[in-house]
Write a protein that binds this ligand. Structure first.
Ligand code: FUL
Length: 541
């Protein structure tokens, strides 16, 4: 009995000392700073393109527009904020000044602004109304300020730079906290330029003296991230709404900035082992254009398209900046509201019940066998705790045991990125009727990765890191059973001419005909793009 007690005490002491002695993993540089971390957590927020173009039907105004054209009849920024908040978005970025130079706030430095428009008899300030609506609805507020200004007479000369910076100062000092400052990379050349109507070419790398401009943002809004081709966050390299499945939040910033050809591959996927933390933001419009055009009222993206965009951005370690082209009344159009609400409902349903929460989970290795790094940190609902392995272990797995068969079709995983992005490859397997089946073989994770997988019924699920830059740190693992989205599949034909049929839900059974005959369950089953180079109709369900 005495010996037994001594042994017990010894074991307890060993356990205690192992906990005490197990240090946290060293950060794998680079790591996100606090402002980037706060930005990562936002995940989904809105862009609003609303400005002079809304009234002229243009996408890029010339700069010579008459301020009298700006005249929304029912502008209501609270409606925008309510819609965004109902949609689960966390903030709004407004085009305070687009390339045509018209300012949505009464800037002291130009006459080309709302103050010379009939709207509210020149007493209005859209930026103020929106910033106030955002705080009312608990949303963060951001500004887009176009460096290129086709209105300003000095654009292209050194005199324009103080003007640009003064405007930046106005926006960053008069409207409360700003979470993101968006500097557009477009510098097209031709413009009105105070009536000169000419082509002005600048060297975008040197003309704006970016480091000094960024200092202004740091000084006035230390919590704001700067968007540009590669600053605190990077453009994802397309405006279609996707990031690559392999998506590193790191790039070699200096080399990228110095190169003349901005490498799209780097924007899409980041760079493994890059020297700086520069995560990707996916910007895409809910309609074909960034600005409102009545002719696009029937072209608002469908639920399938919006879901694809969500899963291919937020689900691929990027944030989603979804644009709403506010219309000429000054409202988010009914069609856009309808589409957004459908998306919000679908996302709510997709992530309604976390099937992994609180389940038994075992790890092949736990750092120092310490409680602090235990497997169950991944499904305790706390993003601050994480499962870690010993430093030398780059391949390790977690097995979730449901104790009974469960069905799921979504797999979500998050790395503990405050200590760096590490995982290079991972797999997901499921124990189906006593046999392990491979469900997914993927590459990077980062802040968040969501996989849409065919519905699987299994008793256990095994997540394995098969390659990592340093010991893997996983803070969250979730499984869901998303309802099937019943929407007409989208049929498209490319140049080749290959026909692709895509459904909102990748697991959907699609059948099709090409001869106009009636569709039924016995029509051909679609599994990959097919050649269709004659005239005819492709029907599907
Ligand atoms: C581009 C601009 O030229 C478009 O008009 C739009 O503002 C988009 C978000 O960025 O570079």
């Amino acid at each position: 009995m005495k010996n037994y007690l001594i042994l017990l005490l010894l074991a307890a002491a060993m356990l205690f000392s192992s906990c005490k002695k197990t240090p946290a993993p060293q950060p794998l540089a680079p790591v996100p700073d606090e402002r980037q971390m706060n930005w990562h957590r936002m995940e989904f927020y809105a862009f609003v393109h609303f400005n002079m173009n809304t009234f002229t039907g243009m996408e890029w105004g010339t700069g010579g527009e008459d301020p009298a054209l700006f005249n929304p009849t029912a502008l209501d920024c609270r409606q925008w904020a309510k819609v965004c908040s109902d949609a689960g978005m966390k903030g709004i970025i407004i085009t305070a000044k687009h390339h045509d130079g018209f300012c949505l706030w009464p800037s002291a430095y130009t006459e080309h602004s709302v103050k010379n428009s009939p709207w509210k008899e020149g007493k209005g300030d859209v930026v103020r109304e929106l910033s106030e609506a955002c705080s009312e609805y608990g949303l963060k507020f951001g500004v887009y300020l176009s460096p290129w200004d086709r209105n300003h007479s000095e654009y292209g000369r050194p005199e324009y730079i103080p003007y640009f910076r003064n405007q930046l100062r106005e926006l960053l000092t008069s409207y409360g906290e700003v979470f993101e400052v968006w500097f557009d990379g477009a510098n097209g050349g031709t413009g009105w330029y105070g009536g000169a109507n000419e082509n002005r070419v600048i060297d975008a790398k040197t003309y704006y003296e970016w480091p000094a401009t960024y200092d202004i943002v740091r000084e006035l809004q230390p919590g704001a991230v700067i968007f540009s081709d590669a600053s605190d966050i990077r453009w994802v390299g397309n405006e279609e709404g996707w990031a690559r499945p392999t998506n590193w939040s790191t790039i070699n910033k200096n080399a990228f900035r110095e190169s003349d050809m901005q490498n799209r591959e780097i924007l899409h996927s980041g760079e493994e082992g890059g020297t700086d933390w520069v995560p990707a933001e996916v910007d895409v419009s809910i309609r074909p254009g960034w600005y409102y055009h009545r002719s696009e009222d029937h072209k608002v993206k469908s639920l399938s398209e919006l879901l694809n965009i969500y899963y291919e951005s937020v689900g691929r370690n990027a944030s989603l900046l979804l644009n709403l082209p506010v219309d000429d009344r000054g409202l988010v159009h009914e069609k856009d509201v309808e589409a957004l609400m459908k998306l919000a409902e679908a996302l709510k349903a997709d992530f309604a019940v976390d099937l992994a929460a609180g389940r038994k989970v075992m790890a092949s290795n736990v750092r120092g066998n310490a409680r602090k790094f235990r497997a169950s940190n991944v499904n305790d609902g706390n993003p601050q705790t994480y499962w870690a392995t010993d430093d030398s272990v780059m391949q390790a797995s977690l097995t979730l045991d449901f104790g009974k068969d469960l069905s799921f079709n979504r797999f979500m995983v998050q790395e503990f990125i405050p200590l760096g992005q590490r995982v290079k490859r991972f797999t997901v397997e499921a124990l189906v009727d006593g046999t392990w089946q491979m469900i997914a073989e993927e590459t990077t994770i980062g802040y968040k990765r969501i996989l849409r997988i065919p519905e699987t019924t299994a008793r256990q699920v095994r997540f394995s890191v098969t390659d990592s830059r340093a010991c893997p740190l996983i803070s969250n693992l979730q499984l869901f059973l998303a309802p099937k989205v019943m929407e007409m599949p989208v049929i498209s034909r490319d140049q080749e001419p290959f026909v692709t049929i895509s459904a909102a839900d990748p697991g959907t059974d699609i059948h099709f005909t090409t001869d106009g005959s009636e569709l039924s369950a016995s029509s051909a089953r679609y599994d990959s793009p097919f050649v269709f180079n004659t005239k005819g109709e492709v029907g599907s369900f």
